[in-house]
Structures are given as structure tokens and as C-alpha cells.
Design a protein. Structure first.
Ligand SMILES: Cc1cc2nc3c(=O)[nH]c(=O)nc-3n(C[C@H](O)[C@H](O)[C@H](O)COP(=O)(O)O)c2cc1C
Length: 451
């Protein structure tokens, strides 16, 4: 009998948690965002919970306007640079995968190839790169532009960017470095490949100055929800984050992305889709709901408005919180985060909420569950068994508390149900996820030529 398929788990790690009021909620640490030992403890706890991946999101910018609001909502304003953080965490963990975001709009491929190859070596095969095109104009202004390039242009650059990075990761064949002291030869020049690339965005005569990675290549993550985003995911990603809050939508997304793989010579088995999942765990459903309600009430109106404004891509600062948003405020289309835009527009049009109700209910996608450990496990089981995902990106409203309860109470429940591992079986992130180690493009060519 075939072994039962197990779900994958990733942790979205961020300061006090992902809820906008998490940092003022009672009981959490106040100074954790710049405290490496705080993140080390969190990574070790996720590793104790046998998570596949510890993940750090990023945008390369602080907000520079509206500071009265942003001073009450901290994540973008004080955070570690992801690759630096993950590299430090590689030294205090041994199994959990380490993934982080870097934007194709603001890096050069050579930097990314080098940084993530180094992370993969330092972590002995646990590195992953989340490819984003970025979704705010603050970042553009740090790099000499007034605003982001149009969505289609950002994705065209991202596609070429990933191609180049992957080619650079194949510079050395696996067995290229021979350390032959007798002959005085360090590497075999026949197994060292110089990339000549001339595309729309990049011109390179280039080779990477680091040996091939333990994983062959670090794992590529992507989370685009637009058509261009899904195309890029189907062509290049190995892990895809989804942020639908309804099972049927999540399943449609999963089928859609996996269904697009064939035209790129890939198969659905080459991709793991992780659904964004936001649990609040209580002794009873009532207690979980009450915990969450208390957090929601802590959202300051300025923060509520700025969160709605960011994803709606429209100013709402002058609006009365206790009135609905006028429909003529809604832009024609999104240029930043397509899925978040669609979700918030859908809520405005179909749920007839006041602005205040909107910021209290809007969740940036993700499946929210308020209940006991068994309730949380039930929903995860339902989504997983329905084929809506291959696992979950856990987005805890408060950290480290949410993760502590989950590891103590939900992980054993999932294990009891045979849905989750009881020990790490592999060493690398690819092994945890059941993803194959990619052969170098040059090795593939040689094999093809040999028939
Ligand atoms: C779990 C998760 C993590 C994400 N992390 C980031 C991030 O770190 N930085 C970022 O700019 N976007 C992040 N995103 C947003 C998507 O990548 C975003 O939707 C995309 O960049 C916009 O493209 P789209 O229009 O194709 O959706 C994340 C999305 C999800 C679901």
C-alpha cells in the first residue's frame, strides 16, 4: 500500500505576529523585531513542530508618509533583512527549511544567485527564495523611481530574472571542484560554465563564484495570484503560496496553477501549493473567538484605514469609518497585489460593510479559523483531503503564542490522524517537501546527447 501523503507546513515569521495589533496585545515581547535570540527560539520551536519551512516575507522599504498611522503598525517599519536573518538562523537550527523574499524589481540576478547559493551552502541544503515583483511604491522610491513599473513589465523582468538566476546556479557541475593537490588543479574547467545572456532586461557574460548548491538549486517559491503570477509559478516555482479563504476557490487556484505546468515541460508533482491559514486556538470555540475579537478591537482607526487603502489602492483617509466606502472610490484594476485587491473589492461590493467593519473583517486572504485544536485540525484535514493544497503557510495572529499552542496541541492531533510527519526523514528542504533535486542544465544536455 502506498504511504499516505503528508501535509507540508511553513511558518510565516514576523515580530509579534501577523495581526496589526499584535505588538500592543498584552503578554507579547515588545522588543523582539531586532532580537536574534527571539527569532532563534521561534525557529527552534517550529523545528520542534517538524515544520518544513521557516519563512520571512519582505518589502525593501519603510513607509515614508502618513507616519501617524504607520507609527502604530510596525512590520514594515522595523524588521531584519531576510537573507541576513536566515543565515544567522542556519547556525542555530539543523533541519527546518529557511526561505525568504527578495524582489526581482530591485535586485540584480547576480546578487540573488550568490546570496541564496550561500544560504543553501551555509544551511546544508535548506535555502529557498520567494520570488516577488513587489507591491508598493515606497520600494520604487528607494531605487531611483517614482513608482513601480506596470504589473506586466514587472512580471516580464521577473521571468527573465529567474531564468538567469537558475542558469547561474548551474555554473559549476556537481563534481566540478576536484581539489586535486597532486596536479595543482582546484576545479575542472570543462565542468565550469560561463553564461552568455542577452535578453530584454539583462545582458550578462557571467559565472557564479560559488560551487553548486547542496540542493542543486535552492527551492523557488512564488505567490502571484494574477494571470502573469500564475504563469510564472507554473513555469518556475516549486512552492506556491495561496491566499484564498474559501475551499472551492483554493482548490480552483491549486488546480489552475498545477494545470499550467505541462506547457512548461513540468508536472503537477513539481509544485507544492501551501494555503495561507490563520488559526486562533482556544480551549473552546468561544474562547478563541473572544481572543480574536479583543485583538480586532485594538486596531487603531488610522491603522484600519491605511490597511484598507494599501490593498484597495485608493485613499480612504477622509471617509467616515461608520459609513460604507462609496463605490466610486474603487479603482478600475490593481497594479500592486491583485488577489488582495480583488478580495477587498468583493467585500465592499457584496457585504455592504461600513469602513470600520471592513478593516475588522478583512484578512488579506487566508483561511481564518477560530476554535479548539480539534476544530483547527478538522479544517486543515478537510482542505488537504479535498486537494485544495499540499500543506499550509501558517500565519499566526500573535507570535510566539500562536505557534506555541499550535505545536503543543494541533501538531499531535494532525500526527494522530496520520496527516503529518512524526519525525524529519530527510535533511534538505527538498527532501522534506518531496521535491526532486534538479540536474544541472549542462548535465541534462550531456545526458540527452548521449541518448
Ligand atoms: C504567504 C504569502 C507571502 C507573501 N510574501 C510576500 C513578500 O514577502 N513580499 C511581497 O512583496 N509580496 C508577498 N506576497 C504577495 C504576493 O507575492 C503578491 O501577490 C504578488 O507579489 C503580487 O503579484 P500578483 O499581482 O500576481 O498577485 C506574499 C503572498 C503570500 C500569499
Amino acid at each position: 500500500m502506498a504511504a499516505r501523503k503528508r501535509m507540508a507546513l511553513a511558518l510565516l515569521a514576523q515580530g509579534n505576529g501577523l495581526h496589526p495589533a499584535s505588538w500592543i496585545a498584552a503578554g507579547g515581547p515588545t522588543d523582539c523585531s531586532n532580537d536574534i535570540s527571539y527569532f532563534a527560539d521561534m525557529a527552534r520551536l517550529a523545528e520542534k513542530g517538524l515544520f518544513d519551512l521557516f519563512f520571512v516575507a519582505d518589502t525593501p522599504a519603510a513607509r515614508t508618509d502618513n507616519l501617524d498611522a504607520w507609527s502604530r503598525y510596525t512590520p514594515y517599519m522595523n524588521c531584519f533583512e531576510p537573507i541576513t536573518l536566515l543565515t544567522a538562523l542556519a547556525g542555530v537550527t539543523s533541519r527546518i527549511g529557511l526561505g525568504g523574499t527578495a524582489s526581482t524589481s530591485f535586485y540584480e540576478p547576480y546578487n540573488i544567485a550568490r546570496l541564496y547559493a550561500s544560504l543553501d551552502h551555509i544551511s546544508h541544503g535548506r535555502g529557498a527564495w520567494n520570488v516577488v515583483t513587489s507591491g508598493n511604491n515606497y520600494a520604487a522610491r528607494n531605487f531611483g523611481e517614482d513608482k513601480l513599473p506596470p504589473h506586466a513589465k514587472r512580471y516580464a523582468r521577473a521571468k527573465e530574472f529567474v531564468e538567469v538566476v537558475k542558469a547561474l546556479w548551474d555554473t559549476y557541475d556537481d563534481d566540478a571542484i576536484v581539489y586535486d593537490r597532486e596536479r595543482g588543479v582546484y576545479f575542472d574547467p570543462a565542468k565550469f560554465h560561463v553564461l552568455d545572456h542577452q535578453g530584454e532586461f539583462f545582458k550578462m557574460h557571467s559565472a557564479l563564484n560559488i560551487a553548486r548548491c547542496p540542493q542543486g538549486q535552492p527551492v523557488i517559491i512564488q505567490a502571484g495570484a494574477s494571470n502573469a503570477g500564475k504563469e510564472l509559478a507554473a513555469e518556475t516555482a516549486e512552492v506556491v503560496f495561496n491566499s484564498d479563504d474559501e475551499l472551492a476557490d483554493a482548490k480552483a487556484y491549486c488546480d489552475d496553477v498545477k494545470g499550467r505546468t505541462a506547457k512548461f515541460g513540468r508536472t503537477p508533482a513539481d509544485i507544492r501549493v501551501l494555503a495561507g491559514f490563520t488559526p486562533t486556538i482556544g480551549e473552546s470555540k468561544w474562547e478563541a473567538e473572544d481572543k480574536y475579537r479583543q485583538l480586532q478591537e485594538l486596531i487603531h482607526p488610522l491603522v484600519g484605514k491605511v490597511r484598507v487603502a494599501s490593498d484597495l489602492e485608493a485613499d480612504v483617509s477622509d471617509l467616515d469609518p461608520d459609513q460604507p466606502i462609496p463605490l466610486d472610490r474603487i479603482p478600475q484594476s490593481a497594479n500592486l497585489h491583485t488577489r488582495y485587491f480583488e478580495q477587498i473589492v468583493d467585500m465592499i461590493k457584496n457585504q455592504k460593510l461600513t469602513l470600520r467593519q471592513l478593516w475588522q473583517r478583512y484578512e488579506r486572504g487566508n483561511k481564518r479559523v477560530l476554535g479548539t485544536a480539534a476544530d483547527v485540525a478538522d479544517t486543515m484535514q478537510e482542505w488537504f483531503e479535498a486537494g485544495a493544497c499540499d500543506g499550509f503557510m501558517m500565519i499566526f495572529p500573535t507570535l510566539p503564542g500562536g505557534l506555541e499552542s499550535f505545536v503543543a496541541r494541533v501538531v499531535p492531533e494532525l500526527q494522530r490522524r496520520g496527516l503529518y510527519r512524526t519525525a524529519y526523514e530527510g535533511r534538505t528542504l527538498r527532501e522534506h517537501l518531496g521535491l526532486k533535486r534538479p540536474a544541472s542544465r549542462y548535465a541534462r544536455e550531456t545526458m540527452k546527447a548521449a541518448g
